[in-house]
Design a protein around this ligand. Structure first.
Ligand code: GLY
Length: 262
């Protein structure tokens, strides 16, 4: 029997004071899964809760780019082989909904103005995202991985991009294998310095180790130790077909929470 489950994080650096906010998203996903809803619905709706919470660097709480603009990225991937991602979208408080809209399309990803044109054509919410000034303690990215009773695993991630990045910059969140990866029976999501995550193709690497039967915690820790430099703050969540979700960051300050059905 497959037990529905979810794991979510509020970003590398968000700290323990954001724990309760992450738990709210997990409760939302758990409610959906308990009533027999899909991992897809659970991951999207939990991600929307985090995007709508101004304390997180995603959706509403996204930090300014160096030119003062607010540009958001999001991605979603399913264990039945579908993927969607959007890059540097303006005026989009919930980019995860646009990424999810691409799951059943011929294309996987859309960027910038083209992504917004697509969203407008489908009637997705268009609103100025006010954003906020990045501070030293600014957080980074939100992520959710859900598993449903049918064994579908879905990973959803969303971000305003880590602090002090220019408007055309592409981070890890919309790049497959970097900020997110789902393969076979494993989902992985990353948070932190996008350049370090991308250079390491971090999420793919962790998923591959878990698929090689390395225990999840060990797979995350050993990969972070081996491929992330000491200067880069990075965290990872992962969930496989069995067991509980796991979250680990190399600074131990990433709020994360998990739930699993009895
Ligand atoms: N990890 C989010 C970013 O670097 O944009």
């Amino acid at each position: 029997m497959i037990r529905p489950a979810v794991v979510a994080h509020g970003g590398a650096g968000a700290g323990p004071e954001r724990q309760v906010n992450v738990e709210e998203a997990v409760i939302r996903a758990a409610d959906i899964l308990k009533r027999g809803g899909s991992a897809l619905e659970a991951a999207i709706e939990a991600c929307v809760i985090l995007e709508d919470d101004p304390v997180f660097n995603a959706g509403t709480g996204s930090v300014f780019r160096t030119d003062g603009s607010v540009l958001v990225d999001a991605s979603i991937q399913t264990s039945d082989g579908r993927m969607g991602f959007v890059v540097a979208m303006k005026d989009t408080p919930n980019p995860i909904r646009i990424a999810a809209d691409l799951l059943d399309e011929e294309i996987n990803g859309l960027a910038g103005e083209g992504a917004r044109i697509w969203a407008d054509s489908k009637g997705f919410d268009k609103r100025k995202v006010v954003g906020r000034i990045p501070h030293e303690e600014s957080t980074d990215t939100v992520g959710v991985i859900a598993r449903d009773k049918d064994g579908l695993i879905v990973c959803a991630t969303s971000t305003g991009g880590c602090s002090n990045r220019p408007p055309g910059r592409v981070g890890d969140v919309p790049l497959p294998g970097c900020g997110f990866w789902v393969q076979k029976e494993v989902g992985v999501g990353a948070t932190g310095i996008g350049e370090a995550i991308t250079r390491a193709m971090l999420s793919y690497r962790v998923a591959d180790r878990i698929c090689a039967d390395i225990e999840i915690e060990e797979a995350i820790k050993s990969t972070l130790d081996e491929v992330i430099d000491d200067k880069s703050e990075v965290g990872v969540i992962a969930l496989s077909l069995q067991g509980l979700g796991v979250g680990i960051s190399n600074r131990n300050n990433m709020p994360w929470a998990t739930w699993c059905a009895e």
